[in-house]
Design a protein around this ligand. Structure first.
Ligand SMILES: *Cc1c(COP(=O)(O)O)cnc(C)c1O
Length: 401
């Protein structure tokens, strides 16, 4: 494979909706991605929180290839084993009752909004359909989930938008109380805002919000598309907050690299969604679900202990690095604020040159390593970040910030 050719062809024929790094990745193994020349990159992005088990994990590869050779798809007109199997595992891990499968995070959130509106119409009639979300949130790129996304930068030029969405400033209880009027059917939140800068919500705020919602039978939708499936050190981030929402959405890490999304709901929500109320041609795909089963089966207690130990070591190491102001987020969902004058995107590019893949979120560096990492990988990533940051020429670049 010729990298130059790959880049040229992609630029010519693929819509330019992404600002790609000029790097071609040809294959991956464990914690490492490789370019066509065979250069190795330590991966602290996991494909934006997707490859929970890293690249080509043997249990995942076995499950997916077995299922692909047996039955790759048949449609939701028939029963298949892997779909129900994964749904059962998700219910057991979350304490919720039923699952609807789609193919992405946005679709999961779209489904969650539909469930909330259907529940509300069924029990309270037609005029209670407002969905409240938070400023700086990110819920997806479809029109409804884009509308729920509380960041104007994504909204330009795509209107008109679906009606009856509202945004609340994060951690502001007074604004919340005023907003939860009798027209609201659901509140949608990320417990750690990912794309918004890796910012965890205050526990006090989340509890007050959950209480208010429960009192008014407003459904609480927790978007765990990024935080879920072990990312924060527990299966759901909800566990850190002692939270039991009506609806949880999952996607990124769930399929171990295959496209899948899930709306996970309590019985009372599931009851109102009868045959014909929602659907997806690919949803519940046997191969994607077999991959999901392998991911969940691999995440046992020992696995999660390693996630938490590595998260602690990584956070401690990061806090000691030059020019680091704050380390945010939860578990292996890590945000790094750098001193004013240091551009996170430039640091990201410098790390890439040193063989380490990292992400950014707003003005922060962001790390989402595969959950299979070991202490040696943490140390290796810290070494590269130290090298890059300790040599940073503040005088050259300060003016650009
Ligand atoms: C990534 C993400 C989404 C969107 O997921 P897609 O699979 O890209 O549609 C939604 N919500 C959160 C919190 C996310 O991080």
């Amino acid at each position: 494979m010729n990298a130059e050719k790959v880049i040229k062809r992609d630029n010519k024929y693929v819509m330019h909706t992404y600002a790609r790094s000029p790097l071609v990745i040809e294959r991956g193994q464990g914690m490492f991605a490789y370019d066509p020349e065979g250069n190795a990159y330590l991966d602290f992005t996991s494909g934006i929180g997707v490859n929970a088990l890293g690249f080509a994990h043997p249990a995942w590869v076995e499950a997916v290839t077995q299922q692909a050779g047996k039955l790759q798809h048949i449609s939701n007109l028939y029963y298949t084993g892997p779909c129900g199997k994964l749904a059962k595992k998700i219910c057991q891990r979350t304490g919720l009752d039923k699952v609807f499968f789609g193919n992405s995070g946005a679709e999961a959130n779209e489904g969650a909004i539909k469930c909330a509106r259907k529940y509300s119409v069924t029990h309270y009639g037609p005029n209670r359909n407002k969905v409240v979300s938070l400023v700086n949130s990110f819920h997806g790129r479809t029109l409804a989930t884009l509308t729920a996304t509380g960041q104007d930068v994504f909204h330009h030029d795509f209107g008109p938008f679906p009606e009856n969405f509202a945004y609340l400033p994060v951690n502001d209880l007074e604004a919340l109380q005023a907003a939860l009027d009798p027209t609201v059917c659901a509140v949608m939140i990320e417990l750690v805002q990912g794309e918004g800068g890796v910012v965890a919500l205050d526990a006090g705020y989340v509890h007050a919000l959950a209480d208010l919602c429960a009192k008014r039978d407003i459904l609480l939708i927790v978007d765990e598309v990024q935080t879920g499936v072990g990312r924060t050190g527990t299966f759901l981030a909800c566990e850190h907050y002692g939270l039991h929402p009506d609806i949880v959405t999952l996607a990124k890490g769930l399929g171990g690299g295959l496209p899948i999304g899930a709306v996970v709901v309590s019985e009372k929500v599931a009851e109102t969604m009868g045959p014909g109320s929602h659907g997806s041609t690919f949803g519940g795909n046997p191969v994607a679900c077999a991959g999901g089963c392998a991911v969940l089966d691999t995440m046992d207690q020992e696995f999660m202990e390693n996630v938490n130990a590595c998260a602690v070591a990584l956070r401690e190491g990061l806090a000691k690095l030059p020019h680091v102001v704050e380390v945010s987020g939860l578990g292996l969902m890590v945000g790094i604020s750098l001193e004013p004058g240091i551009n996170a995107a430039e640091v990201r590019a410098a790390c890439e040159k040193e063989g380490l893949l990292v992400l950014t979120a707003k003005t922060r560096l962001r790390l989402l390593p595969p959950l299979i990492l070991r202490r040696g990988d943490v140390d290796a990533a810290l070494d590269v970040l130290y090298k890059v940051l300790s040599g940073w020429q503040m005088t050259d670049r300060g003016a650009q910030a």
